[in-house]
Ligand binder design. Sequence first.
Ligand SMILES: C=C(O[C@H]1C=CC=C(C(=O)O)[C@@H]1O)C(=O)O
Length: 543
Amino acid sequence: MCSLSPRTPAKPCSPVHRNPRTRRPTGATGSSTPFERLIEGIVSEAAPLLDTPCYTSQRDDREAQDLLSSERRGRIRGAGKPDASARVRWLLAEKVSRTLSASPEYSEEDRVTRISVNAGPADALAWLRGQRSHPRFYWSGREGGAENAAAGTADLQTGDGPEDVEVLGKRLRAAGDPEVRYYGGGRFDPARGAEEGWEPFGAYRFALPRFELRVQTSGTTLSCNLVLPRDRERQEEILAQIEGMWIPSEGDDEPLPEPLDREDTPDRRGWENNVRYALSAFSEGRLGKVVLARRAGLGFAEDLDGISLLRKLRDATPGCFHFYVEPVPGTAFVGASPERLYKREGRFLTSEAVAGTRPRGASSDDDEILRDELLGSEKDRAEHGFVRIGIGEALGPLCEDLEVEEDVSEMKLASRRHLVSRVRARLREGVMDAEVLGALHPTPAVGGYPNRGALEDIRALEPFDRGWWAGPVGWVGSDAAEFAVGIRSGLVRGAGSRCSRGGHRRGVQARRGMGRDRAEDRRLHRGVRPWKPRALTASGRTW
Ligand SMILES: C=C(O[C@H]1C=CC=C(C(=O)O)[C@@H]1O)C(=O)O
């Protein structure tokens, strides 16, 4: 495969394989100028030597499109008539083929190169649905910034803990392109064995996607990440993927199946036993806070499509991080989290303590009452206080100056509200994302305080694997990174005919030495406490 441009002397491309069905070039229609005759000559001369179509410069994408071998055209949706994104594909293919052809055959170190083209109007989730290579990943920030849809693997970094993210730092710095990102995350508890369903996610897993669609108000770009010279040998495969790529300008809002039934783990009795155990840990002074979780399962009559679920979740939860991680077909971790674990821009870090919850009110008066109730709640402020302390202790050693807001404010979401305190810091020279992840996660917002004791109790009390629920999920670049806490989320295993859903978490906290919230205990014991599904775990019935 090679790329030709009017300025490049024609050189026969080395045939990759004899392809009898390559269409012969259609002569340039009525080319009259010497320049066009030159181009026509190049295209017609080179094409018969080629087993696969040649990519020409953008001046000639019409001829290039005609060179598209028939069997490939069939793979482009709307076969037989190049869709509106044909030019985008050809421009990307032309750049990629030129880069691959120009890459040296050998190099001491593999180097990441990102190639991007403007993609015109595109629907990120519909594009993602059309991708056949995995993992498939989606990420959008909380402030309604760019939507990032990513598919395929240019490079994969897995590991048993956040320290394995370290390798990415070196690779990203060598790439020298701030737009290059590895997407991924990790388990809530890497030390706990993964239960079926969570195995494909691994403990920590970050992928440099082969293809990325980044949709933002300033425009949409379609990118292809290459690892050179390693990807030279994948030229045919990569270009075929580009040629078969569909870039839809709008998405469909498919209805979701209604859940048929629900199964909770632990059941109510098991939950209340766990709460009693936690309350005794508070009384003994062993713990200040522990966030206990419960998994609920939903049965559906048909597969639950994770991308359709994400689209609805995203539209219903403004002000949240939205993510989708599908390492293998049919198994996806989907969520809408309000909580930032951290964002890094250069050495500047922002994080936040989020804890304490109340619903939104049905009327503006009710809403005001609930807001005041939350802001005035001693219990919620104490619970929130442990998160502030935990984050401060975790970041202190890594930062030159660390500022944790003294006061709390309201984080108002579509269906609930939380107490939040913002954290700002400047990382010490040389502190990498791996250290920040290792220090911050899990915060007491999803684990407890002290951290180690809370984790031990969670391992002992919870009869299920949290997997990536409440783990870090996000992306790492050379100059920046951002991770959400993977709550308000679920594991969708659409492969089976039934899915289960779940994920209750009830932060149970009594202020050590400050007495317990008697009403809270009574409500718990009377079992009247509303079960607020805060996360969604959907998986095959096999659980
Ligand atoms: C762990 C969860 O919420 C966290 C985030 C906001 C408020 C929280 C709370 O009220 O305890 C938790 O810290 C969850 O909803 O599953």
